[in-house]
Design a protein around this ligand. Structure first.
Ligand SMILES: NC(=O)c1ccc[n+]([C@@H]2O[C@H](COP(=O)([O-])OP(=O)(O)OC[C@H]3O[C@@H](n4cnc5c(N)ncnc54)[C@H](O)[C@@H]3O)[C@@H](O)[C@H]2O)c1
Length: 257
């Protein structure tokens, strides 16, 4: 992936950085010169991401964190501030997608967990990221990873859909409250991106790659994690200085149809 943006001297935090899009975003920030905190529940994957960045000559620190837990998120932000000297950019990408039934078949524990990991995590992540950015007084940028499901639900995803509508709502609300502090908050709405989450969702629902592409992409292929990373870096860069409270679809045209 060619890196267009220069984040030299800046610090980035990526949740969900152990795999999928979060790994690509972490690597892209590091390649652009940022010091990166990689936060994830998966210690194995998170350490791999950090090692991959270090091997490429970058600077990264892995923090084991469950993003639904306030103390874990607070600790991840503290690592950025204490070890790397601040926080300039954050991309909140961690989430789960575990459903296969309709709403009446979804038990409350599953619903509650999905909301905790996909939506409460966005509240908690922004809460501590914003506090750090306000304290350092040099502005910042936050990107929350929502979904095309934030606009157009897919079948049999009641909790996931509720969580992703919520991600967009809290993104836009926070965007207006912090614009005056020089902190830009935006969302990305990915379409089908070739990650472990997408592959396991297809397998769980008994679908095929061809059917999924046919349904969800206008250009005959899945998106790649790097294509989300490029959008995330742009939104966090000074080139996006007038972009606030925006939901950027990176979806192979799906929402246009
Ligand atoms: N892949 C797609 O097609 C697609 C489409 C639309 C939106 N999204 C969204 O994009 C984001 C990234 O998804 P992905 O496809 O890369 O998924 P992925 O499953 O490949 O990666 C998600 C990462 O989040 C981590 N994670 C899960 N629960 C966690 C927790 N409680 N605390 C900390 N980390 C946790 C996982 O360990 C994993 O590393 C998610 O918000 C997802 O909802 C994905």
């Amino acid at each position: 992936m060619s890196i267009t943006y220069d984040f030299t001297g800046r610090v980035a935090l990526v949740t969900g950085g152990a795999g999928g899009m979060g790994r690509a975003i972490s690597a892209a920030f590091a390649a652009a010169g940022a010091s990166v905190v990689v936060a994830d529940l998966s210690t194995e994957g998170g350490k791999e991401t950090a090692a991959h960045i270090a091997d490429a000559g970058g600077r990264a620190e892995f923090v084991a964190a469950d993003v639904s837990q306030a103390a874990d998120v607070e600790r991840a932000v503290a690592v950025a501030v204490d070890q790397f000297g601040g926080l300039d950019a954050a991309v909140n990408a961690a989430a789960i997608e575990t459903e296969q039934g309709r709403l009446h078949e979804c038990d409350q524990a599953e619903f509650d967990r999905m909301i905790a990991v996909n939506l409460t995590s966005i509240f908690l992540s922004m809460k501590y990221e914003l506090a750090a950015m306000l304290a350092q007084g040099r502005g910042g940028a936050i990107v929350n990873v929502a979904s095309t499901s934030s606009y157009r639900p897919q079948p049999r995803q009641p909790a996931y859909t509720a969580s992703k509508f919520g991600v967009l709502g809290i993104t836009k609300q926070a965007a207006i409250d912090y614009a005056g502090d020089g902190i830009r908050i935006n969302a990305i709405c990915p379409g089908p991106i070739d990650t472990p989450m997408l592959r396991s969702a297809i397998a769980r629902r008994g679908g095929t790659e061809a059917d999924t592409i046919q349904r969800l992409s206008l250009i005959g292929r899945f998106g790649q994690p790097d294509e989300i990373a490029k959008a995330a870096l742009w939104l966090c860069s000074d080139d996006a200085s007038f972009t606030i409270g925006h939901a950027l679809a990176v979806d192979g045209g799906y929402l246009a149809r």
